[in-house]
Ligand binder design. Structure first.
Ligand SMILES: *Cc1c(COP(=O)(O)O)cnc(C)c1O
Length: 426
C-alpha cells in the first residue's frame, strides 16, 4: 500500500474529518425572529377583503425588499416554492387540459404544479451544457393545446431565457421561471427568475437562503400579482368584496408565509450576495483543481450568465474512462467525499407519469375529455436527460457544506487520487 492507494482498496482516506455543515442562519436572524415573537403578532393575514388580506408588517416589508432587490414590480411571499408554483400556474390562467412544457430534469414540484390545475405536463428534453430546457425540443413539443412553458434554472444556472421568451412570444405562451436553485444569479443584466411572466424562488432549508420553509414569487404584471395574492389567501372568499370580475382559477389555498419567516427572510436577503459569492469561490477553485482530469467535464457557465452552484454538476465521459459511474462514486465516497449524487431526476419516469395515475385511480386527467391528445411519457422522449441520468451525470451538493479552501483542495486531492487509479478500478 502506498499513500496513493485507493481507500476503497485499503489505502488511506483523503478526507478524514467531515466538512462543516452549511448554515446561513446567524445572530441577526435570531434577533429578528425574537422581536416578532415578542410582538405577539406571528401572522396577520385574513382571508377576506380587508387591509390584512395582504398580511402583516414583516410580510409586507420582506416583499418590498424583494421587489427592490430583484428589480421587479411585485413580490408575493408564499409558504413554499411548491405552493408558489401552484399559484403561478393558476395565476397565468391555465385551463384544464392545457399543455404546459416542462423540463424532466428538476424537482418534482415543477411538474406537479401543472397537474394541480388539471393541466397536462409535457416533458421537453434538456441541453447537456446547463441541464436546462433545450429551446429546440420545446419548440418541437408545441401543439395547438400548449399554453405555457415552465422553465427551470437547475443547479443554479439560468435557462436560455432569450430563446424561451422568443418561442413564447411567437406562440402566445406564458412562461413561469422556477428559479428555486438560482436566487441572485444573472442572465445578462437581469436576475434569474425575473425574465419570465412570473418567477419563483424557494426559501426551504436546503437552499442558499432560507426561512425553514418558504418561497417568493416575482412578476411585473399587475393582474398576475393580484391573482397570486388571491390564490395564496382564499381567493373564493375575497373576490366578492374586492370586486374581482374574472373568477377563473380563483379557488384559493392557504399559502401564506408567517411573520417570523419574513423577518428571517429580510435578514437572509441581505446576505444572499455573500452566500452566492462563497459558493462561486469554492466552485471555481474546485474547477481549477480538477482541470485536466480525463473524461471529467466540470460545470459550464454560459457567456453573460453567472452560476449559484446549488449543485456542482459534472459529466463523465464513460466511454473514455471505461468505468461505470457507480464505481467512480464508490471510490470517491471511500475517500471521504460526501454529497455526491449520481442521479438527479427524470420526472417522466416517475410511477405517476409512467402509469398516468394522479387524481384518483382512473387516470384523470389523462383519460378524461379535457386531455385532447395522447401525451407520451415513455422512455426515449428525452434522450439527453435520460442518458445523463442513467450514465454520465455526477453532481456534488454544493449547498450542503460550508467549504474552506482547504476543504476544496482535499476534494481535489480525492478526485485526483481516484483518477490516477482508474486502471485499478477497471
Ligand atoms: C426546492 C425546489 C422547489 C420547491 O421548493 P420548496 O420551497 O421546497 O417547495 C421547486 N423547484 C426546484 C427546482 C427546487 O429546487
Amino acid at each position: 500500500m502506498t499513500t496513493n492507494s485507493l481507500a476503497l482498496f485499503g489505502g488511506p482516506r483523503t478526507i478524514t474529518t467531515p466538512f462543516k455543515r452549511y448554515n446561513p442562519i446567524g445572530a441577526e436572524e435570531v434577533e429578528a425572529a425574537k422581536a416578532v415573537i415578542e410582538s405577539g403578532v406571528l401572522s396577520q393575514f385574513i382571508g377576506v377583503w380587508s387591509p390584512d388580506f395582504y398580511g402583516g408588517p414583516k410580510v409586507q416589508e420582506f416583499e418590498r425588499q424583494c421587489e427592490a432587490y430583484f428589480g421587479v414590480k411585485h413580490a408575493v411571499t408564499v409558504n413554499s416554492a411548491t405552493s408558489g408554483l401552484i399559484a403561478a400556474v393558476g395565476a397565468i390562467g391555465i385551463e384544464p387540459g392545457d399543455e404546459v412544457i416542462v423540463s424532466p430534469w428538476t424537482m418534482c414540484a415543477s411538474a406537479t404544479a401543472i397537474l394541480h390545475w388539471n393541466a397536462i405536463p409535457v416533458f421537453a428534453d434538456i441541453e447537456p451544457a446547463t441541464f436546462n430546457l433545450d429551446p429546440k425540443s420545446v419548440e418541437a413539443n408545441i401543439t395547438p393545446h400548449t399554453r405555457a412553458i415552465m422553465a427551470v434554472d437547475i443547479f443554479g444556472h439560468s435557462a436560455d431565457m432569450d430563446a424561451l421568451m422568443a418561442i413564447a412570444a411567437k406562440h402566445g405562451l406564458k412562461v413561469i421561471s422556477d428559479a428555486a436553485q438560482a436566487p441572485g444569479v444573472f442572465y445578462k443584466d437581469k436576475y434569474a427568475g425575473t425574465l419570465a411572466h412570473v418567477g419563483s424562488y424557494s426559501l426551504n432549508y436546503h437552499k442558499h437562503i432560507h426561512t425553514g420553509e418558504g418561497g417568493i414569487l416575482v412578476t411585473d404584471d399587475d393582474g398576475i400579482c393580484e391573482r397570486l395574492q388571491l390564490i395564496r389567501n382564499h381567493a373564493e372568499a375575497v373576490v366578492g368584496g374586492k370586486g374581482v370580475a374574472g373568477l377563473a382559477n380563483m379557488m384559493g389555498y392557504n399559502f401564506r408565509l408567517g411573520e417570523i419567516e419574513c423577518a428571517i427572510g429580510i435578514e437572509q436577503l441581505k446576505k444572499l450576495k455573500m452566500f452566492v459569492a462563497s459558493r462561486q469561490h469554492a466552485a471555481e477553485r474546485f474547477s481549477a483543481g480538477l482541470k485536466g482530469l480525463e473524461g471529467l467535464r466540470t460545470p459550464i457557465v454560459e457567456p453573460a450568465c453567472t452560476h449559484a452552484y446549488y449543485v456542482y454538476p459534472m459529466v463523465l465521459d464513460i466511454a473514455k474512462i471505461g468505468i461505470p459511474r457507480a464505481r467512480i462514486v464508490e471510490a470517491l465516497q471511500a475517500e471521504g467525499v460526501t454529497g455526491l449524487g449520481s442521479s438527479y431526476a427524470n420526472l417522466h419516469l416517475l410511477p405517476m407519469y409512467q402509469q398516468k395515475i394522479a387524481y384518483g385511480s382512473k387516470g384523470f386527467p389523462w383519460t378524461s375529455d379535457i386531455c385532447r391528445r395522447e401525451v407520451s411519457y415513455q422512455r426515449g422522449i428525452c434522450p439527453v436527460a435520460e442518458e445523463l441520468n442513467d450514465r454520465s451525470y455526477l453532481g456534488f451538493a454544493m449547498c450542503m457544506h460550508e467549504l474552506t479552501d482547504e476543504d476544496v483542495d482535499l476534494m481535489v486531492s480525492a478526485f485526483r487520487k481516484v483518477w490516477s487509479n482508474l486502471a485499478a478500478l477497471r
